[in-house]
Design a protein around this ligand. Structure first.
Ligand SMILES: *[C@@H]1O[C@H](CO)[C@@H](O)[C@H](O)[C@H]1NC(C)=O
Ligand SMILES: *[C@@H]1O[C@H](CO)[C@@H](O)[C@H](O)[C@H]1NC(C)=O
Ligand SMILES: *[C@@H]1O[C@H](CO)[C@@H](O)[C@H](O)[C@H]1NC(C)=O
Ligand SMILES: *[C@@H]1O[C@H](CO)[C@@H](O)[C@H](O)[C@H]1NC(C)=O
Ligand SMILES: *[C@@H]1O[C@H](CO)[C@@H](O)[C@H](O)[C@H]1NC(C)=O
Length: 372
């Protein structure tokens, strides 16, 4: 008898384990499909270029940038997409790395490592804060958390921290300026964008190895329509003039498309991680080609700048700005206005007004911050 009982116990166990395996499989399956994320974002680490920083984070910015915008984004990070999204997630303003005072409190809310000029690859001058430099600062911060809070607490903090990456624009601008005399920017340019994507993917993988589980990667906006590129190409015979410099936009599209494809693969490979790609290109093109539908009157000229399209020199003082920035798509050389950033952030958050800008899921689905 005891033998039979033993047998049924074994059978029961096999059934039970089998059920567990099926359940685990189902749960993982639904995770991959984007349902029931058991998660919330408690802080945000921002890495990037002028799409995330207005110059606060580069101590020498005013000294080094006499020819560029001294007031990208009109001088306030509050008007930029990551800060608008942080607010929606219930987080405080994410302070620049260089304004940290060393308190834990600051670190727990997040850090903005971004700099108004930042490249994925080679810096063009000392004023650039490259992706690798920013990443090093981020890893140092993670180490600090581990020292102060212990491995386990730090690990769960990092797991609920959103890493926001927004790069690539300055690499392409430098490439275009340096290779202005090159005869065939298209061919070499495509190879260049592939290298940029490889670097971004390396960084995402490094972050994953450091227990980061939530990563957002922003695409490059349509640089070929930006006042800066339109101005650089003003007297040039390169490219066509159908409203935007399409050969430049093709490079941007190559970067964006390839990056998104690689991110789709990473999401399958990196268990438990959520990596999102946000297609700012498509969103901006919608505003540029249907400006009236979104309340814009000027989709070509910078609100603050000098020369052709206001894109030859950047915004050197707020007095230079047009009277109503919200009528413009572009603020300066290649940064959009606050009005555009609000539309981008709203779309990234919930898909309204533009659906599926961030894929595979919206920021809202990525989880709201703990309120307690
Ligand atoms: C600024 O422009 C001047 C001439 O227009 C040039 O000589 C100088 O190198 C530029 N400075 C920077 C930092 O690009
Ligand atoms: C650092 O800043 C936080 C607020 O962000 C503040 O509460 C704290 O007192 C500051 N610490 C020092 C040493 O200034
Ligand atoms: C550059 O791109 C072309 C076409 O996409 C490809 O055939 C070639 O192998 C690439 N070269 C390098 C060095 O990656
Ligand atoms: C284009 O050419 C005109 C006439 O030569 C010149 O005045 C202007 O500065 C040039 N614009 C740019 C952006 O190079
Ligand atoms: C730029 O910022 C300044 C200072 O905050 C503000 O007074 C001005 O109205 C802003 N200009 C535009 C065009 O948004």
């Amino acid at each position: 008898m005891w033998f039979l009982e033993g047998k049924s116990w074994v059978l029961g166990t096999i059934l039970y384990v089998g059920l567990l395996v099926i359940l685990m499989y189902l749960c993982n399956g639904s995770e991959e499909m984007g349902f029931n994320w058991p998660s919330s974002v408690t802080s945000m680490y921002i890495l990037g270029d002028s799409s995330v920083d207005c110059g606060d984070n580069t101590p020498f910015y005013p000294v080094l940038h006499q020819n560029l915008s001294l007031h990208p984004c009109n001088g306030s990070d509050h008007t930029l997409v990551p800060q608008l999204l942080a607010k929606k997630m219930g987080l405080q303003y994410v302070k620049p790395f260089y304004s940290q005072n060393g308190s834990m409190e600051d670190l727990l809310n997040g850090v903005n490592f971004g700099a108004a000029q930042a490249t994925i690859m080679y810096p063009r001058s000392r004023s650039y804060q490259t992706l690798n430099q920013q990443l090093r600062q981020a890893f140092e911060t993670i180490q600090l958390l581990q020292l102060q809070l212990g491995q386990d607490t730090a690990k769960s903090l990092i797991e609920s921290t959103l890493f926001y990456l927004s790069f690539g624009k300055d690499d392409l601008i430098n490439y275009l300026v340096d290779d202005e005399s090159a005869t065939s920017p298209g061919y070499n340019g495509l190879n260049f964008t592939h290298i940029l994507v490889d670097q971004m993917i390396n960084v995402i993988e490094n972050l994953y190895d450091a227990n980061v589980r939530k990563i957002v990667c922003m695409g490059i906006l349509p640089l070929g329509c930006s006042p800066s590129v339109m101005s650089i190409r003003y007297n040039s015979t390169i490219g066509d003039k159908l409203g935007c410099e399409n050969d430049v936009n093709l490079l941007v599209l190559e970067y964006n498309t390839r990056l998104e494809q690689r991110i789709v693969d990473l999401n399958l490979k990196m268990r438990g991680a959520q990596v999102i790609f946000c297609d700012t290109y498509r969103a901006m093109m919608e505003f540029i080609f249907h400006p009236q539908a979104y309340g814009f009157e000027d989709a070509k000229n910078a609100c603050c700048g000098e020369g052709e399209y206001g894109g030859t020199k950047g915004c050197l003082s707020p007095d230079m700005a047009c009277p109503r920035a919200s009528n413009h798509v572009w603020w300066d050389l290649y940064n959009p206005t606050e009005a555009v950033n609000i539309l981008l952030a709203n779309s990234a958050w919930s898909g309204d007004p533009l659906p599926a800008i961030c894929r595979p899921i919206t920021f809202e689905a990525l989880g709201s911050a703990h309120t307690n």
